[in-house]
Design a protein around this ligand. Structure first.
Ligand code: UDP
Ligand code: MG
Length: 325
């Protein structure tokens, strides 16, 4: 029988673990799907990992690992993919904002031959205005850069073992899971879902963490900003040619002095764009620097007892492995 792994990245979600584990276990048992729940505690500072341990003692299908510090949701997803043993893997938030009721539908599509099942948001759940605005801006920029409509996509998806292995083979460290499954291709189906209310705790994204996420994803997935620098350069070259000719003509006609404002403005504008361009290039150099260093995406400090087996069996997951408890 086929095994379904569900990967759940969790950061400070102590209130959610027990409930989520129970809801998923009940649902999957009811639908007679053989499953494992892989919780990845992303360096949580609360009792998230002990909650995972507790859940795992009550139900051997619940497994978990804890990072040595907060590495971010991307790292959590990838750790989960590496540790998952399933023939199909679903990634979802552990706050149940991704409705579990959709899982049997995803599973059915997979059984019918789909290799990727994308969860598409029908609408965003109720959020604060600031969050909505920053998330809106983020998706607008991302869709442009990635050249795919990202506005309705989410990290809620099912991947076939083949696709998981492809993603795990990617050498890069700065990943953008949401777009990578598009990039990988494969036979893709979609399911639509309504984002649910978060029951416990609060969203882990602040305006700045979202902006950082946007910049990091943009630079890891697209070189468009770099090309933008060239375009801006060209526009200014053209502009300066026109201005140059005008100045020269004025000089010939003997009306050269004046236009001090133009000079000041030009210096400011060109200076501004130069700084911006350098900043953009700097971001890419930082990315290259990080990739070249080749550090692991995450470091696991603890795993649940039943997880130790899969860490041993899967040498790849040992890459990010230290600690022993
Ligand atoms: N998360 C994580 N690491 C982080 C931030 C978030 O693993 O650094 C997890 C979090 O526990 C949750 C999921 O990512 O399971 C989505 O986070 P959240 O619900 O805060 O985001 P939102 O639903 O508001 O977009
Ligand atoms: Mg959430």
């Amino acid at each position: 029988m086929a095994l379904l792994s569900i990967v759940l990245p969790a950061y400070n979600e102590e209130q959610n673990i027990a409930n989520t584990a129970k809801v998923l276990a009940d649902l999957l048992t009811e639908n007679e799907i053989e499953y494992e729940l892989v919780f990845i505690s992303d360096g949580s500072r609360d009792a998230t990992f002990s909650e995972i341990r507790k859940a795992s003692e009550g139900n051997p299908c619940v497994k978990g690992a804890e990072f040595s510090r907060n590495f971010g949701k991307e790292a959590g997803i990838f750790a989960g993919l590496e540790l998952a043993a399933g023939d199909a893997v679903i990634v979802m938030d552990c706050d149940l904002q991704h409705p579990p009721q959709v899982i049997p539908q995803m599973w059915k599509l997979w059984q019918e031959g789909a290799e990727v099942v994308e969860g598409i948001k029908l609408s965003r759940g109720r959020e604060s205005l600031a969050h909505k605005l920053s998330a809106g801006l983020f998706y607008r920029i991302m869709s442009r850069l990635v050249r795919m409509d990202m506005s309705a996509s989410s990290d809620f998806k099912l991947l076939d073992r083949k696709v998981v292995d492809v993603l795990l083979e990617l050498p890069e460290r700065n990943t953008f899971f949401r777009a990578l499954s598009f990039w990988a291709g494969f036979r893709t189906e979609t399911v639509h879902y309504e984002v649910q209310e978060r029951q416990f705790g609060e969203s882990k994204w602040s305006f700045w963490s979202l902006m950082k996420y946007a910049v990091s994803n943009a630079t890891s997935f697209s070189t468009l900003p770099l090309q933008l620098v060239t375009v801006i350069g060209l526009v200014f070259l053209l502009f300066s040619a026109v201005l140059g000719i005008q100045t020269f003509v004025k000089f010939l006609m003997g009306t050269a002095v004046e236009g001090f404002t133009t000079v000041i403005l030009l210096i400011l504008i060109v200076g501004g764009f130069l700084m911006l361009s350098l900043g953009i290039i700097g971001h890419y150099i930082a990315r290259i620097y990080e990739e070249v260093k080749g550090r692991p995406k995450y470091i696991i400090s603890h795993v649940t007892d039943n997880m130790r087996e899969s860490v041993k069996k899967n040498p790849r997951s040992a890459k990010g492995q230290t600690g022993n408890s």
